[in-house]
Ligand binder design. Structure first.
Ligand code: PAF
Length: 282
């Protein structure tokens, strides 16, 4: 497995792959890899002939400097995992390599980012959009792989790809969960052992709400019950619990079987902010 640290090194590595007529799969990450990332790599390996992973904790997508400072960093372990998984190359740039200049461009994804993460983390999707655009320009993959756990990010990236005419297929990979349902996330590494039970409230509430909705329950009643469940824990703070159109991210107030709908949640468990979602009808 090649470890590439510069844009030029990635470009020449990828050019060689193209010369050899190999399709390139790309998995962008911020490191602290877990089984969810490895699932993205697995999909990439199944769907393309050469796989490149990037590891870059992108400062511009953190609206909270403390969250950025505390983001887990496990580079040696990450590289070992990727090597064992048969990845062809890993791009590990430093900040200067990605941001030689502070970007002046500002991306606004309109209604896609007025709710959920976009509303609670102002500027987050500008940072995601900028870095993903840069990485796609450097790697020029045929397919890029993103996790469904970041549902709104997927919608934003699909829009970015269309609006900038990137010649890449966006492949969405289902969320990987622990045995108890907790969605895998790099941030889980920061959960205190005592908080794990509380963190399970996210998936439990999503499953409950989906089952109730499909039984014909009213969304407002369901959400009120979920809010009550969250409020049992003094150090758990629910940020949002919303029913949305899965692609357009429009808030909905009830079941519409003809549309793809998802329930999305974000909550602080102690100091750790977690998100999750479940699809309702597709
Ligand atoms: O999902 C992530 O890990 C990040 O948002 C991404 C896509 C790697 C951009 O920094």
């Amino acid at each position: 497995m090649k470890i590439l640290r510069t844009k030029d090194a990635v470009k020449s590595f990828c050019q060689n792959l193209v010369n050899d007529k190999l399709s390139i799969g790309f998995v962008p990450t911020m490191g602290a890899l877990h089984q969810g990332h490895l699932e993205l790599v697995k999909y990439a390996k199944e769907n393309t002939e050469a796989v490149i992973v990037s590891i870059f904790v992108n400062p511009t997508q953190f609206n909270n400097p403390d969250d950025f400072d505390k983001y887990p960093k496990t580079l040696d372990n990450d590289l070992e995992l990727l090597n064992n998984f048969g990845v062809d190359a890993v791009f590990v740039p430093d900040n200067q390599e990605i941001y030689p200049l502070t970007p002046t461009l500002k991306l606004d994804f309109g209604t896609l980012e007025r709710v959920l993460e976009g509303a609670f983390r102002p500027g987050h999707f500008n940072g995601v959009g900028i870095v993903v655009a840069k990485l796609l320009n450097i790697v020029k993959p045929h397919k890029a792989f993103f996790g469904q756990k970041d549902l709104q990010q997927v919608a934003v990236i699909k829009t970015l790809v269309i609006d900038f005419s990137f010649d890449v297929e966006v492949v969405v990979v289902p969320t990987v969960r622990d045995h108890d349902g907790l969605a895998l996330s790099s941030r889980n590494l920061r959960l205190e052992p005592k908080d794990r039970e509380k963190a399970l409230t996210l998936y439990r509430s999503l499953s409950f709400a989906k089952a109730e909705l499909l039984k014909g329950g009213s969304w407002l009643d369901i959400r009120a019950k979920v809010e009550a469940d969250f409020s049992r824990w003094p150090d758990v703070k629910l940020e949002y619990f919303e029913l949305v159109h899965s692609g357009q991210m429009l808030l909905m107030d009830g079941l519409h079987p003809e549309m793809p709908q998802s329930i999305c949640v974000a909550a602080f468990v102690g100091e750790v902010r977690l998100i999750d979602n479940i699809s309702v009808n597709h």
